[in-house]
Design a protein around this ligand. Structure first.
Ligand code: SAH
Ligand code: SF4
Ligand code: F3S
Length: 484
């Protein structure tokens, strides 16, 4: 296998490669070939072949799936949300924690039955899990009914792989070709008609010692500013009003381009686009959270006053072992600056408990840090060793201790989230309506600029619209209110 994830000396100098026009034309040719194959089927049978795309990862993964769905449609498939009657199944995997990989493998296992019923169904597995050599081997050997395998950098070549499978019938296993690509102008089928993801950059260079992302997503590579601004402008013109710029370390945007603009400049430029829309971005790394960025947010017209700023731990020793490149004092100084410039800002974070070597004292430092930072919401995770990362080789914290700390962390953060939410009672907040809630089937819900869920007395006709809601009651994870 060429230059793949493990045993690989990471080359940080790799240059960003924008997909060339020639390559795009080549892929368009493959798309046309698959389309002809599917058109002929529809002609014979009176219905179209269907495709089912399953997303198992983060927002980047969802964004990739929207491109996969877009390509599938362009290749003449009708999209379906049930795998059972699909002629093409694409599983877009995640590898961030063991649970994510287990889930992916178990689902792929289930699709064996679909294939048994309809042998012509093509099963493709892609995404972060399949960018790892050991998983590729495992899928290759133990899941013989998987027809196509590709990694995150070959997304734009999906038409080629599919055309090859259709033409030759043999398995197409192509996750061994890392490319530092930046795909542009791909067909996209967006899940929503008012919320949209826009990739600002791909990859990550940070190598936090617990994290698999830099190995499975490659080096940081930014899209050109003009391309991003153009995409956002088109989305706003189409009526999208909730746009999120994506990147694993989105605020390091531009560094690889050697350009004279940075992420703050990109935000400021997008903010000039006129219209009634809200601009979010995620995820920011504290080391790249500059005063300039916070000033641009505070002065902006469309930029949500929401900062998702993963802290990971409140202990300086653990932060150092994690290779996070900041200490708690530096972290909290950013939080203070955000609050000074945007007193209404929502600040959310990620925390890992049970990182190797984390002592009771380290963990208590995290609890104390929660009390100091007073996050509105925290996504907390039990540390999960990832093969090939430095932390997986360190001395591990026993599972029972990890679980007990996790519970204590949740308890402490829930108190803080509730206290913060209580302060919103009586206030009028702008809420972007999402229609009926998936869990509380009858209730209409939406999200505040900072991402808090609000249930209110609206109706489905408000879906996708900004509504002013007066908050009457708050809970730890939700607010309740009435339309003003
Ligand atoms: N790029 C973002 C998010 C990466 S993944 C960032 O740097 O913040 C989202 C979250 O998953 C991380 O913030 C971290 O809290 C968690 N995470 C990553 N690797 C993990 C692991 N091995 N075990 C447990 N949680 C992990
Ligand atoms: Fe992973 Fe760290 Fe990169 Fe985030 S910044 S994706 S946690 S390596
Ligand atoms: Fe998972 Fe890959 Fe996202 S590992 S969290 S899908 S970048």
């Amino acid at each position: 296998m060429r230059n793949n994830t493990y045993n690989r000396k990471v080359d940080m100098s790799t240059k960003t490669v924008e997909i060339s026009l020639l390559e795009k034309e080549e892929q368009n040719g493959y798309m046309a070939a698959v389309r002809a194959h599917n058109d002929a089927f529809a002609e014979r049978n009176g219905f179209r072949r269907t495709a089912f795309v399953l997303t198992l990862g983060c927002q980047q993964n969802e964004s990739d799936s929207e491109k996969i769905s877009g390509m599938a449609q362009a290749m003449g498939y009708d999209l379906t949300d049930t795998p059972d009657d699909a002629y093409l199944i694409v599983v877009n995997t995640c590898a961030i924690r063991e649970h994510a990989e287990k889930r992916a493998l178990s689902l792929v296992g289930q699709y064996k039955h679909v294939k048994a019923k309809r042998p012509e169904t093509i099963i493709a597995v892609c995404g972060c899990m399949t960018a790892q050599e050991h998983r590729v081997k495992q899928l290759k050997n133990s899941y013989p009914y998987v027809d196509i395998l590709f990694g995150t950098s070959q997304l734009h070549r999906f038409p080629e792989f599919l055309a090859e499978k259709i033409a030759k019938g043999k398995r197409v296993l192509r996750s061994d070709e890392p490319e530092n690509t930046v795909p542009e102008d791909m067909p996209v089928r967006r899940e929503s008609n008012y919320r949209a993801w826009v990739s600002a950059m791909y990859g990550c260079n940070n190598f936090c010692s617990y994290c698999i992302v830099p190995y499975v997503r490659g080096r940081e590579r930014s899209r050109r500013k003009e391309q991003i601004v153009k995409e956002v402008r088109e989305l706003v013109a189409q009526g999208y009003n909730d746009i999120t710029l994506l990147g694993q370390n989105v605020n390091s945007y531009g560094k690889d381009l050697g350009a004279d603009y940075d992420f703050a400049d990109l935000l400021a430029e997008i903010d000039k686009i006129e219209g009634d829309y809200l601009l979010h971005f995620m995820t920011s790394h504290p080391k790249d959270a500059t005063h300039k960025l916070i000033d641009v947010m505070a002065q902006g017209t469309h930029i949500a006053h929401h900062f998702h700023l993963p802290m990971q731990s409140g202990s300086d020793a653990v932060l150092k072992a994690m290779n996070r490149r900041y200490d708690f004092a530096r972290y909290v100084s950013i939080v203070d600056y955000i609050r000074e410039k945007m007193p209404d800002a929502t600040i959310t974070s990620d925390i890992i408990v049970g990182f190797p070597g984390e002592t009771e004292e380290d963990f208590e430092a995290t609890l104390t840090a929660l009390g100091r930072a007073r996050f509105d919401m925290v996504y907390s995770f039990i540390y999960s060793p990832r093969k090939g990362t430095p932390a997986a080789e360190m001395e591990q914290v026993p599972d029972e201790i990890k679980s007990a700390r996790f519970e204590r962390l949740l308890d402490r953060q829930n108190e803080i989230s509730l206290e913060n939410n209580k302060k919103l009672e009586g206030q009028t907040l702008r809420v972007l309506c999402d229609g009926k809630s998936k869990n509380k089937s009858e209730a209409i819900n939406g999200r505040t600029d900072g991402g808090r869920i609000v249930f209110f007395n609206g109706d489905e006709s408000m879906t996708g619209k900004f509504i002013n809601v007066k908050i009457t009651r708050s809970e730890t994870f939700a607010l309740y209110g009435e339309i003003i």
